[in-house]
Design a protein around this ligand. Structure first.
Ligand code: PLP
Length: 345
């Protein structure tokens, strides 16, 4: 049986899927909104629902312009291609998605050097580490052009003052700043700030609709008008021009209206799960926003994971497992997950 058949078989019977917040499925209300969406040809700029979504997210974040793209990776890549040329460098936190998990698209396709810098336990870059990576005006060096932030990082919501401090050396050097906000809405929910407050820390921001917000696909890139126009060209170059995608934009609109306001529930569920795991004494636990990281004692790890999976709880593995709460983890599902760990203990 292939891994995918294995997962499909498990899916049909799963009581709780904690692998990621990307596993959410569109609910009935979202599907209805999709079915009723007005559509047009988005490459021609004709899709009224896409236009409405883009206008809404631009206004929400206080930016001039917005572009709907198929994924967070494509949105980040379009942002980098729009703001850096070949031989330019982008400074990025070493554990961040743009550096680790996007197939080095910026380097492969854009000739952009990614310069990783270490982050603190709070997952942010310090002004000192950023300053140390800003290159001098010297022909031996790539041109430091862009700083890439991320928020949340592994669930950790980075406070605005820490973000601002890390951008200062980049700003002083005339660099621009991009924020990978795949979980932007989890971050502002946790920080208790407005969307504009977080967005103001960067020139361009990528916001995913397909993580905790529960839409099936899509990210929105916001920023200055000229940068978004270049990102639109990059999207086309990447084969990401889309046609009657008002059906997808409608899902994102529904998510903003109905799912964003309840993200705090996911964070509360993560707290409940983390507390329950701690009480089992099976391993080390940490939690931030909708993510719980669990490091079981090595001698019980394999047996524990096998037991939990046998209870129809879908989890990742490894020395430290990540459990993510989301809209499809309701109270019943959460109780089933907790019971699986408790019964092993
Ligand atoms: C922090 C972060 N950025 C970007 C992405 C990329 O999003 P996508 O999977 O839509 O390409 C992810 C995906 O999980 C992510 O966690």
């Amino acid at each position: 049986m292939s891994i995918y058949q294995d997962i499909q078989a498990a899916n049909a019977e799963t009581l709780c899927d904690l692998r990621s917040d990307t596993v959410t499925r569109p609910c009935a209300g979202m599907r209805k909104a999709m079915a009723e969406a007005e559509v047009g040809d988005d490459v021609w700029g004709d899709d009224p629902t896409v236009i409405a979504l883009q206008d809404r997210v631009a206004e929400l974040t206080g930016k001039e312009s917005a572009l709907f793209l198929s994924s967070g990776s494509q949105s980040n890549l379009a942002a980098l291609l729009a703001q850096c040329g070949r031989g330019d460098a982008a400074i990025v936190g070493e554990p961040y998605h743009i550096y680790r998990d996007e197939a080095n698209g910026a380097s492969v396709l854009g000739g952009i050097a990614l310069h990783p810098v270490p982050v603190t336990e709070g997952r942010y870059m310090t002004p000192e580490t950023v300053a140390a990576e800003v290159q001098p005006d010297d022909p031996h060096c790539a041109i430091s052009r862009l700083l890439c932030l991320e928020n949340t990082v592994s669930g950790v919501a980075i406070p605005l003052d820490k973000l601002r401090a890390s951008t200062q050396p980049a700003r002083d050097a005339g660099m621009v700043v991009h924020l990978d906000g795949a979980r932007f809405f989890n971050a502002i929910t946790e920080l208790g700030c407005d969307a504009q407050d977080l967005a103001a820390e960067a020139d361009t921001v990528s916001l995913c609709m397909s993580k905790g917000l529960g839409a099936p696909i899509g990210s929105v890139l916001v920023g200055p008008k000229d940068v978004i126009a270049r990102a639109n060209r990059a999207r086309k170059l990447l084969g990401g021009g889309m046609r009657q995608v008002g059906v997808l934009a409608a899902a994102a609109m529904y998510a903003l209206d109905n799912v964003w306001p309840r993200l705090g529930d996911d964070h509360a569920s993560a707290v409940v799960l983390a507390d329950a795991l701690r009480k089992t004494g099976l391993g080390e636990v940490s939690q931030s926003t909708n993510m719980v990281f669990f490091t079981p004692k090595p001698d019980i790890r394999d047996a524990l994971y096998a037991h939990v999976k046998a209870q129809r709880i879908m989890i990742g593995g490894g020395a430290t497992a990540r459990f993510v709460t989301h809209r499809d983890v309701d109270d019943t599902a959460l109780a089933a997950a907790i019971a699986a760990f408790e019964s092993f203990a």
